[in-house]
Ligand binder design. Structure first.
Ligand SMILES: [Zn+2]
Length: 291
């Protein structure tokens, strides 16, 4: 490629697949004080997978040691708000550093379960910009003995400057998340699609239907997706010179009450009833649809 033909540029490469970049802004970093960078989420996951397996194995052994294989606390892993709180403001942080100055962080917080009993949520992770980035392991326990095993390395001051994520970092994180959801939804859609339906290559010709669909939907559904995020599906029927079709807009609900709390992730047209059944799932939202 032309842009790679001179030496007067900085070059970077993905530490997993080797893809070359001439702009450091395109690289994803997950560790503070480390030049290790990647081209994609999937390269990050593949690169660290052996360490994920190792930590999972250690957890398994510890659970066997204390006879904790079936702990009831584990069901709280499915509640994203606990994890969210742990990642934002861990009550305890330990760091284990190896001879190559690679650091693994162990973060804990305790929470009350439904019966008012304390349980711990713990994660082994990397830190980037003073915040947890890549998570090797997340688990939950009632056991003080089990949790004590995770106090590895040195304890850091709890008031470690957990810098609030900068606006840019937050935005980048959000964009990354939207991209991942979009890819996931598109994959789902392409699996279901019928050959007679409107082709993927024609989707861009229908983009003018996004706003009318959000502004005056026939139906709106709300559901929680695999990552625990609230998604709203806006559906509207149209008759145009392309024939009759439904237009779908899936939006991420960010918790704010205003319209601005809705981020469109993915939109597409379809004539297929099978697609309609798939994408009209969740609870039908009624009333003022835009709030
Ligand atoms: Zn890569």
């Amino acid at each position: 490629m032309k842009k790679f033909l001179t030496f007067n540029k900085d070059y970077y490469y993905c530490n997993k697949c080797g893809k070359i970049f001439d702009n450091s802004e395109d690289i994803l970093f997950v560790e503070d004080d480390s030049p290790r960078g990647f081209c994609s989420e999937s390269c990050i996951e593949t690169f660290f997978r052996p360490m994920v397996r190792l930590f999972e194995k250690i957890e398994e052994n510890l659970r066997a040691k204390y006879n904790l294989q079936e702990e009831e606390s584990l069901k709280y892993l499915e509640f994203p708000n606990f994890l969210d709180e742990l990642l934002k403001k861990p009550q305890e942080i330990w760091a284990l550093e190896n001879n190559l100055q690679e650091k693994y962080y162990f973060i804990f917080s305790s929470f009350k379960d439904r019966k008012g009993k304390d349980f711990y949520l713990v994660s082994i992770c990397l830190f980037y910009q003073n915040r947890p980035s890549f998570l090797f392991l997340v688990t939950a326990t009632y056991s003080e003995e089990f949790i004590a095993e995770f106090r590895a390395g040195v304890k850091l001051n709890k008031n470690l400057p957990m810098l609030p994520a900068t606006r840019d970092a937050k935005e980048a994180e959000l964009l990354g998340m939207v991209e991942r959801k979009k890819t996931f939804l598109l994959t789902e859609l392409l699996k279901l699609r019928d050959n007679n339906d409107i082709s993927f290559y024609e989707f861009s010709e229908f983009e003018s239907f996004v706003d009318p669909t959000i502004d005056g939907p026939d139906e709106v559904y709300s559901f929680i997706d695999e990552a625990g995020d609230k998604i709203r599906t806006y559906i509207k029927a149209f008759h145009s010179d392309q024939g009759a079709f439904y237009y779908y807009v899936l939006c991420l609900k960010t918790g704010k009450k205003s319209d601005k709390g809705l981020i469109p992730i993915f939109s597409f047209p379809s004539r297929d009833g099978k697609i309609y059944r798939k994408f009209s799932q969740g609870s039908l939202v009624s009333g003022n649809l835009k709030s």
